[in-house]
Design a protein around this ligand. Structure first.
Ligand code: GAR
Length: 192
């Protein structure tokens, strides 16, 4: 495919979803190409993984910086790489309203719950405590409100009687790795 959308992935940690996004080109011809992996955590493991894939990385600690100031710096870096779409993949920091406004409709996020249920942190434990039959994951467009923008794709995972937050997280993560690349691919294909 000729004109692939240039994607910047933001991570804060392990980066397994970023890896799944990067791996996808082995099994498909996605409408996106990852041109930058950026992080607010310089020691994030995902940065090492990205470099192994030959993807350019950028990292800067947000500590001691105003949110808007940090986001402006990251925005400059994304623009320097001609990024067109941003994929949050375990980026565990709120984005400033200014940043979201500049990238409106072009930021996706993956969240480990069946949104609108269980926004925020600790989703698996909360789903278990509530006695849910199913958990899952959602890909959504990012808006100013936390985990709130339009959902574009979801996968359900059955909760088993002996599930712990950890065992559930593991099965949901396996679904995340399938859901996110396909959702990002479709999103990029349909974007003008
Ligand atoms: C994933 O489960 C992702 O859905 C979640 O953090 C994990 C990151 O793992 N994201 C959020 O909770 C965002 N609200 P990864 O770094 O291995 O992709």
């Amino acid at each position: 495919m000729a004109d692939k959308k240039r994607v910047g992935v933001l991570i804060s940690g392990r980066g397994s979803n970023m890896e799944a996004l990067a791996e996808y080109k082995r099994i498909a011809d996605p409408a996106y190409s990852i041109v930058l992996v950026a992080s607010n955590v310089p020691e994030a493991r995902g940065l090492v993984v990205a470099r192994r894939f030959g993807i350019e990385t950028w990292a800067h600690s947000h500590k001691g910086m105003e949110r808007a100031e940090f986001d402006r710096m990251m925005d400059e870096e994304l623009r320097r790489h001609d990024v067109e779409v941003i994929a949050l993949a375990g980026y565990m920091r709120l984005l400033s309203p200014e940043f979201i406004a500049r990238w409106r409709g072009r930021i996706l996020n993956i969240h480990p719950s069946l949104l609108p249920l269980y926004k925020g942190l600790d989703t698996h434990r909360r789903a278990l405590v509530a006695g849910e039959q199913h958990a899952g994951c959602s890909v959504h467009v990012v808006t100013e409100d936390l985990d709130d923008g339009p959902v574009i794709s979801q996968a359900k995972v059955k909760i088993l009687p002996r599930d712990t937050p950890e065992s559930l997280a593991e099965r949901v993560l396996a679904e995340e790795h399938k859901l996110y690349p396909a959702a990002l691919d479709k999103f990029c294909r349909e974007l003008n």
